[in-house]
Design a protein around this ligand. Structure first.
Ligand code: NAD
Ligand code: MG
Length: 384
């Protein structure tokens, strides 16, 4: 029996990598549902190749353009169409949507009590308490896809969680690490997109450049592994070979190493509890000249500090952080604000928006809405 897989965000960087994993293991996986926002051409090609039962295009204006000849795939559209994919019966649902847009689909997947392979970290940041609580109630499993979290999860297998002293999330540092503040003033979105070790979507590339990505990952890890923020350490590791480490109470540290290729954690999340029988590639340890580790530079990359602060504050503080960041990153990508203004927008939202201690869906949505509004106000003020 092949595993039935749904992929939400199939036209993105993670989505395309996931489909490549499926393509290589066609005897093990069957795609039953695909969802994407607006890339009609690519989605049509994916439908043609993988023949899912159902496919959704988020942008309703594009629905008519999505004609796939000779296919039995039923096409749905809009946010409700995306949710229909989320609600499908499947063995594993991969959520690779970018940003807060993944929240409702994730809640739908969780509600079904199935298995969620989670790449889309922003909903976990904005509503981790809610998602994990609902997963507990429904019995849904959340399998990490983010490479650091997959690494840590693998290091935790077979170990008593009570013996975990702390975990380490490694960070390459992104394309701008080591640059001075003066140099950072003039960096462009195009430069931010050129990540030194990973090839990713636009938003996460900018988040990696500000180190906000690592901050979001700390919050994601808190919920995935049920750890307080002070037990999660960020460490700069420019080679991106060691993806995550777990330090136990006795001082032993287990590390996970692997090629710098997102198909590895995706494949593991889809295959779990099995492992694939043939590798996508292998790490040659003899060619690794050095593996280095250093503490992060909080001065030039304040977003990481802000994320840690929001993590410690709890409630909807991470929701505010995430929403302001999404708006600021989009403004930077549209050349409306300079790079260094991203952290100013986030700071302003954290200082301005009230935090709710109850992480209910209504409070999350309200904090998200208000933070976006406040962030837009700040962007107008800072804009070029
Ligand atoms: P991307 O921008 O390349 O792709 C995003 C996908 O989401 C696209 O298919 C797009 O159509 C879809 N989408 C966007 N808005 C949508 C909406 N409103 N409704 C439905 N679908 C929508 O992004 P990505 O780099 O693949 O990242 C996806 C998620 O995975 C992000 O949360 C990111 O942080 C996380 N992640 C990515 C990587 C990576 O290597 N790219 C690694 C770890 C985690
Ligand atoms: Mg990561």
């Amino acid at each position: 029996m092949r595993k039935r897989v749904t992929i939400l965000g199939s036209t993105g960087s993670i989505g395309r990598n996931a489909l490549d994993v499926v393509r290589r293991h066609a005897d093990q996986f069957e795609v039953v549902g695909l969802a994407a926002f607006s890339n009609v051409k690519l989605l049509a090609e994916q439908i043609q190749e993988f023949r899912p039962r159902l496919a959704a295009i988020g942008d309703e204006r594009q629905a008519r353009a999505l004609q796939v000849h000779g296919s039995d795939t039923r096409i749905v559209s809009g946010p409700s169409g995306i949710e229909e994919i989320a609600a499908m019966s499947a063995d594993v649902a991969l959520c690779a949507i970018v940003g807060a847009a993944g929240l409702q689909p994730i809640l739908r997947i969780i509600e079904s009590g199935g298995r969620l392979a989670l790449a889309n970290k922003e909903p976990m940041v904005m509503a981790g308490a809610l998602i994990t609580e609902r997963a507990k109630t429904s019995g849904a499993e959340i399998i990490p896809v983010d490479s650091e979290h997959s690494a840590i999860w693998q290091c935790l297998h077979g170990n008593d969680r009570r013996n975990v002293y702390r975990i380490y999330l490694t960070a390459s540092g992104g394309p701008f690490y080591g640059k001075s503040r003066e140099q950072l003033e003039s960096v462009t979105p195009e430069q931010a997109a050129r990540h030194p070790t990973w090839d990713m979507g636009k938003k996460i590339s900018v988040d990696s450049a500000t180190l906000m990505n690592k901050g979001l990952e700390v919050i994601e890890a808190m919920w995935l592994f049920d750890l307080p923020p002070d037990r999660i350490q960020v460490i700069i590791h420019p080679q991106s070979v060691v993806h995550g480490l777990v330090e136990f109470t006795d001082g032993s540290i287990l590390a996970h190493l692997g090629p710098t290729d997102m198909r590895f954690p995706i494949e593991y999340a889809l295959s779990w509890p099995e492992r694939a029988s043939s590798a996508l590639g292998r790490l040659d340890l003899t060619v690794l000249k050095q593996l280095t580790f250093a503490p992060p530079d909080f001065g030039n990359f304040p977003c990481l500090q802000f994320a840690l602060e929001a993590a410690r504050r709890g409630g909807t503080a991470p929701t505010i952080l995430n929403a302001a960041n999404e708006v600021a990153v989009s403004a930077f990508c549209h050349h409306q604000i300079p790079f260094l203004a991203i952290s100013e927008v986030v700071r302003f939202a954290l200082d301005t928006c009230p935090v709710s201690d109850q992480v209910t869906l209504a409070n999350v949505l309200e904090s998200d809405r208000l933070a976006r509004e406040v962030a837009q106000r700040k962007i107008k003020e800072l804009g070029v």
